[in-house]
Design a binder for this molecule. Structure first.
Ligand SMILES: *Cc1c(COP(=O)(O)O)cnc(C)c1O
Length: 457
């Protein structure tokens, strides 16, 4: 008999989590104005709000923290981090930052000017924010197939080369770089194939443009290339990672994802001129060049984390857990964005709560129901998050209305996945009885989802 799959780690330290009663949750979520961001984390049993900075560090990472060199300038820990990044990515110039958006801020301060166009595949919201706040335009060139939630494609995060070439032709002199997000977070943690990265590189070369990878989940992307793309089955994750980054001029990184740390980020490149340009913005925004917003001990932990997470076993444990949860949802017939990506499941709320009108926010309603059912916290990626149209001030109902369930790295067991699946099934089973959603009683003008106050109807 074939042995079943199991985790590639064992547990040395545990953190208690508290169960609660439905009555308690009714009270807490009401006090939080039905906004899950406003809940105390102590009131959550299984937290699927985000996979950002929520992972568990290994014994090796904790041990490395004791070796942190907290010198202001020239810290040993910086060089350990830099050498690891260079070994894994090939990039020799490294600027640490306090997280991913800070890396964007520093790099884009140098590269992006008003009136520029930055094509890419579904820019992450902070990436888009850092482009648009500089009065430049983020042009989405993701393949159209990514919009069909039920279509099963191995690399649904890909850039459409035709769309990209059109932008390159139209705005040739106003494009500072092309940005490719690996994995494509916004499209559901969907990977980008090596073949596609090569096509992007070829177009960039044809038009003499830079390619930057937004690399928050680069290791998960490498895992999908290894397991799905022809010719990569026998390559190691580190070989694939290197091959990916050889196709880029530089990268921004949120280390809170595939870096396996709770806070941190960096910029890396092999162009000295980019480094020299960006470093002038690191000092005022982040800090001196050999710490840029990170402690010495945090740089040590990140160096180890990058190494660990570019090993197949660690990635396989993670992604198989996400796939396990997806398989349980399949059993119950619960619709989600297919195929499941690397870090989260996006439940198609609009397909489930068909009696809740869109004006009453079905995905947010589902998020509230799931919390009430079992103390599980997900995140609405839907009509509330979409904000209002800046001109008409109308709600934007054009996109998808999803409930995102992120899986933290090395934190929960498959028993927790079973609780999530069954809790969702229980809500799913009474979906036809849920006829009303929520209404907004207070909202901020921008990024309203973090602070919005709601009432149940
Ligand atoms: C998280 C993330 C960022 C921003 O990083 P922070 O560390 O949250 O600032 C940028 N791009 C992608 C793809 C991300 O997932």
């Amino acid at each position: 008999m074939e042995l079943p799959f199991a985790e590639s780690w064992k547990i040395k330290m545990v953190e208690p989590i508290k169960k609660s009663t439905r009555e308690e949750r009714e009270k807490w979520i009401k006090e939080a104005h039905y906004n899950l961001f406003q809940l105390k984390a102590d009131y959550v049993y299984i937290d699927c709000l985000t996979d950002s900075g929520t992972g568990a560090m290994s014994d090796r990472q904790w041990a490395a923290m004791m070796m942190g060199d907290e010198s202001y300038a020239g810290a040993r820990s910086f060089f350990r981090l830099k050498d690891t990044i260079t070994r894994i990515t090939g990039f020799e110039y490294v600027i640490p930052t306090h997280q991913g958006r800070a890396a964007e801020n520093v790099l884009f301060s140098y590269l992006v000017k008003a009136g520029d166009y930055v094509p890419g595949n579904s820019h992450f919201d902070t990436t888009k924010g850092h482009i648009e706040s500089r009065k430049a335009f983020a042009v989405d060139c993701t393949i159209d197939e990514a919009k069909d939630t039920q279509l099963e494609l191995p690399f649904k995060g890909n850039v459409d080369p035709k769309k990209l070439e059109k932008v390159l032709q139209e705005h040739a002199d106003k494009i500072p770089f092309i940005i490719v997000t690996i994995t494509n977070n916004t499209a559901g943690g969907q990977p980008v194939s090596m073949q596609n990265l090569r096509e992007v590189r070829a177009l960039a070369d044809k038009y003499n443009k830079l390619v930057i990878f937004d690399s928050a989940r680069f290791a998960e992307n490498a895992y999908f290339i290894k397991t799905r793309e022809e010719g990569y089955a026998n390559k190691t994750i580190k070989e694939i990672t290197r091959e990916m980054f050889d196709l880029a001029d530089g990268m921004t990184m949120s280390a809170k994802k595939d870096g396996l740390v709770n806070m941190g980020g960096f910029i890396a490149t092999h162009h000295q001129d980019i480094y020299d340009g960006a470093k002038c913005f690191c000092i005022p925004f982040e800090g001196y060049l050999t710490y840029g917003g990170m402690n010495g001990r945090d740089m040590e932990a990140l160096a180890v984390g990058l190494d660990e997470n570019t090993e197949f076993d660690n990635l396989e444990t993670r992604i198989k857990q996400v796939q396990y949860l997806a398989a349980r949802l399949d059993e119950f017939g619960i619709p989600y964005q297919r195929p499941v990506g690397g870090h989260a499941i996006f439940v198609d709320a609009a397909k489930i709560l068909t009696n809740v009108p869109k004006e009453e926010f079905p995905a947010q309603t589902l998020a509230i129901e799931l919390y009430l059912e079992a103390g599980i916290r997900g995140c609405e990626i839907g009509y509330i998050l979409a904000d209002r149209d800046p001109v008409t001030r109308e709600n934007r109902f054009g996109g998808l209305d999803l409930l995102r369930l992120c899986i933290a790295r090395r934190v929960y067991t498959n028993n927790h996945m079973d609780v999530i699946a069954v809790a969702l099934k229980n809500v799913f089973d009474r979906r036809n009885e849920i006829k009303r959603g929520v209404k907004i009683v207070w909202e901020a003008e921008l990024m309203r989802h973090f602070t919005v106050q709601l009432e149940r109807l």
